[in-house]
Structure formats: structure tokens, C-alpha cells
Design a protein around this ligand. Sequence first.
Ligand code: V47
Length: 375
Amino acid sequence: MLSLQSRIRDPRLLPLADKVLHGERLSFDDGLLLYESPDLTGIGAMAHHVRLQKNGRAAFYVMSRRLSYTNVCFTHCQFCAFQAKPGDPRAYALSAEQIIAELEKPENAGVRELHMTSGHNPKLKIDYFEDLFTKIKARFPSIHLKVFTMIEMDYYARISGLSTEAFLDRCMAAGLESCPGGGAEIFDEALREQICIGKKDAQVWLDTAELCHRKGLPTNCTMLYGHIEEPRHRVDHLLRLRDLQDRSQAAGYQGFLAFIPLAYQNEDNELSATHVIHETTGTQDLREIAVARLLLDNIPHIKAYWVMISPGLAQAGLSYGADDVDGTVIAEEIAHDAGAKTPQGLTRGELVRLIEEAGFEALERDNLYNTYAQV
Ligand code: V47
């Protein structure tokens, strides 16, 4: 078998390969070099080495239903095409009964994860969420409830007149089991002022995630890339996630389960109406997966999110550091409203074929990475 070093063409990467082989942590400057070097296959080889060490040839997927309980949003993110203001004919908020009726439809048979992220709607308070979670868990006890970005959690706690901790305690008692990784965008404060003016700052996202971890609630984390950010912003973002994961793990918690690089979708939003922003390219998407695998040495899983980068590229991402393709992702709205051209959901069979044709072992998982025998 070829040594890792022999697969690297950019000699500047050799010290990084050395660190990777010895399990040493990469630095901020190493991260910058990973974005600067033209040697994508060398970077991919290093990321694949780490992936094999952490997850072998496993490639995970989950039977997942996406659902947004409301699109009404009083926060104004320039990159978002999903939000609606009150009075907009698109505006909606769903009752628990409507959500349950939706989940009862035959196309949702076999769903193990209900992933819900939504707008910031001031009409929805803690009673709404307690009612919603209790009713969903009573009707579908085996569906895992993965709800709220960290910014949503902070928002709904505030408008419920509760501390985030009290809000979280009540939601967990009602059935909340984990949180998706959205809302992180890019942590750099100056950049945040340009892409999501007025949205809560990075520290709120990080503090809320840390609180979740300390309550024993696993969460995911994301980074929105491919808009107006620069490599230094991405490295900074990834290292802030790594630092938080260090703290959570040192305190004995699981912390982040997975990191998902989110490729910016550039249609029908204000950011693209005011800046020239091209679609992300295949090499950019693969590099983002690989850099994440290399810098986030303490986060067990990296997803190649086919919804935003295409199924074919997600398949290739499995050889660039990713070990998870997310899942069936039925009825996704946020990326599709912003121009994603990918299908509205993949079947289990399609996911398994993608994974196996790429030479990996397809493993159906739940949200906590417990796996199931293939049916
Ligand atoms: O919070 C919004 C981002 C997130 C755009 O945890 C956009 O397993 C790209 O959180 N282009 C929602 N991204 C998606 C999300 C997610 C996705 C997959 C897996 C998981 C997980 C979480 O999407 C939002 C925001 O950060 N977003 N608009 C856009 N135009």
C-alpha cells in the first residue's frame, strides 16, 4: 500500500501528514494551508486516513423526515430564502395535530428521526413545544426528536420568559432528544454583521450548545461556507467548535456528534441579490469535508450533506473524510427554497447503492449512531 506521504504532491503538506500520522492536532496555520494548497487529492488522502481510523469503512445514513413547524421569522438572515414575515401569503405555523397528520402519511413509514428547524415566531412559546413534543412522542414513541438550532432555542426561551436552562429542562421532559447543528453560520462577528444582521452572536450559539451538552443532550454543528467568507473565517469557526468540544468532552459529555459543512445555496435570498456569489464547486465541497475531518479531530462524524452538494458528490465525499450521508431527508425546505436542485428525498435503496458503489459499508443508524441490520 502507498504511504500517505507518497500521495502528497505539495511538499508544504508533508509536516501536516506527519502530524496526522502521529495523531497530533493541526494548528490554525495548518488549517490555512489546507485551504491554500492546490493539492486536493493529498489533503483528501490525509482526511481519508483519519476517517478510516475513526470509522473504518462504515458510511452511515438515517431515515429522516424534515419538518419546519413555522416559517415565520423575526430574525433577518440575508442568506435565508425560507423565512416569511407575518402577512406574507407563504407564512404558516403548524399545530401539533397538523404535524402528527403529516407524520401519519405512508411516505413517512420507517422514519426514525424527526429533524425540525424553523423560523423565530413570537407566537410560539414553551406551552406550544411541550404540547407538540408530548403529543408526537405519545403517537410515535420510536421517532427521535431532533429539534431547534441553538439560536432558535435561545429565542424561544427568551420569548417564553424562561432561562435557556429552564426552557431546555421542560423541552427535554416533554421528549426533546437532540439538536441539529444549524444556525451557526460563520462565527466571525464582523462577517455575521453582513450575512445575518441582528442574529445572536457566536457566543450565544456556543454557550447554548455547551449548556445542551452539559444537560446530556447531544447536538450537531455546522458551518455555512461558499458565500462572502474567507479561509481564515472558516478556520476560526472550526477551531471554536473544536475548543468547545474539548470542554464538553473534558467534562465527560458526548457533546457534538457530527459536523455538517453547509454549502451556500445562492438563489432567492438577499445576500445573493446584493453580492456576486457563485455556486460552490465540487472541489470546494470536497475540500470543505476534508478540512473539517482534519481539524475537528474530536468530533466523531462528518457528514457529506447530499441535499446541498448533490448525491454524487456526497458519494465522493466518503473518500475525503466523510462517514455519513445524512439520510433520506424527506421534504427538506430550507436548501430547496434557496435553489437546491437535488431531489426531495432519497430512498433507503438509493442511499445504500450510493454508499456501496463507492466501496463503503452502508449502515442504517439512529440519531445516536446505534445501527440497525439492513432490511
Ligand atoms: O440553520 C439557511 C442553513 C441550516 C441557507 O444537524 C443555508 O444533522 C445553505 O441545520 N444555503 C439548516 N444553508 C440546515 C441544518 C442541517 C442540515 C443538515 C443536517 C443537520 C444536522 C443540520 O441551513 C440553517 C442555516 O444555517 N441555511 N439558508 C442557504 N441559502
